[in-house]
Design a protein around this ligand. Structure first.
Ligand code: CP
Ligand code: NVA
Length: 306
């Protein structure tokens, strides 16, 4: 745990595979009540986009560690009046112990990290959503008792969640397949990074064919077809993404024991049918709960809790 103290988490590849596994083991131990950690520090939440799970799970995690949370809603701070990021970062650094940021560009997050000495956490950018993937991997580990050799297929838009899944799966030795329309592939640099991390150990497959992607997979995963900031594109994307919907016929092509994940919020009967998200193979509520345990482990590790 000591090794993560003081570090930033701007993208999933800021962690090694070993560190991801250590975090997951700590999260599992915290969830099972086998470990109890105290960390009476102050977390700031600076969010430029809406959030239910990330905001609440970070807050509850910090309270359960004995710490406090300050909601730095950008409309209530000088951030919305255009105070330079480099100034806000240096000031918040003097008050807070740790800062989680949800914003658009990865550059803003990097600027915060460069100008604040405290740990900065990516709570979602257009490029990555690493905290989500820590919870997802914990959910997979719980379902299968292992991560090695498990095949996860992500269907839909090659967005922030897809990018972080590529890195997360490669880091822990899972096979990752991304099935998207050809114009909606994940970030090219991240794909290359994931392939490098995976080496010849595991599969990193990009395909436009949803059936090829799903065949025999152990985990099917999807997310909205238009992310925050792209709302005006949502309607026009529906016909393009329809073949990538997780529905019963597609699910039947996966491994019979396959589980279904969605980071939520979901648009039922768009990227996933109501029947599948409410069905017996869905693990989305465990997955949402695991945001709390994974982020508690992350906060405790970055803050060096004992
Ligand atoms: N999955 C996720 O990050 O949810 P929120 O947008 O509600 O935080
Ligand atoms: N890709 C989605 C994830 C929401 C948790 C978005 O960025 O809006």
């Amino acid at each position: 745990m000591e090794s993560l103290k003081g570090r930033d988490l701007l993208g999933l590849a800021d962690l090694s595979g070993k560190e991801v596994r250590q975090l997951l083991d700590l999260a599992a131990a915290l969830k099972a009540g086998k470990v109890s950690l105290r960390c009476p520090k102050v977390l700031g939440l600076l969010f430029r986009k809406a959030s239910t799970r990330t905001r609440v799970s970070f807050s509850v995690a910090m309270y359960q560690l004995g710490g406090q949370v300050i909601d730095l809603n950008t409309n209530l701070t000088q951030v919305s009046r255009g105070e330079p990021t480099i100034d806000t970062a240096r000031v918040l650094d003097r008050y807070l112990d740790i800062l989680a940021i949800r914003t658009y560009g990865q550059e803003e997050l990097e600027t915060f990290a460069n100008y604040a000495k405290i740990p900065v956490i990516n709570a979602l950018t257009d490029l990555e959503h690493p905290c989500q993937i820590l919870a997802d991997l914990l959910t997979v580990q719980e379902a299968f008792g292992k991560l090695d050799g498990i095949t996860l297929t992500y269907l839909g838009d090659g967005n922030n969640v897809a990018n972080s899944l590529l890195l997360g799966c490669a880091l822990v030795g899972m096979n990752i397949r991304i099935a998207t329309p050809s114009d909606y592939q994940p970030d090219g640099e991240i794909v290359e990074q994931a392939k490098k991390i995976a080496g010849d150990r595991t599969e990193v497959l990009l395909t436009a064919d949803p059936e090829r992607g799903v065949k025999g997979a152990h985990v099917l995963y999807t997310d909205v077809w238009a992310s925050m900031g792209q709302e005006e594109l949502a309607e026009s994307r529906i016909p393009i993404f329809q073949p990538y919907q997780i529905n019963e016929p597609l699910l039947r092509l996966a491994d019979p024991e396959a589980i279904v994940l969605h980071c939520l919020p979901a648009h039922r009967d768009e990227e996933i049918t109501d029947e599948v998200i409410e069905g017996t193979q869905s693990r989305v509520w465990d997955q949402a709960e695991n945001r709390l345990h994974a982020q508690k482990a992350l906060l405790a590790s970055l803050l060096g809790a004992e």
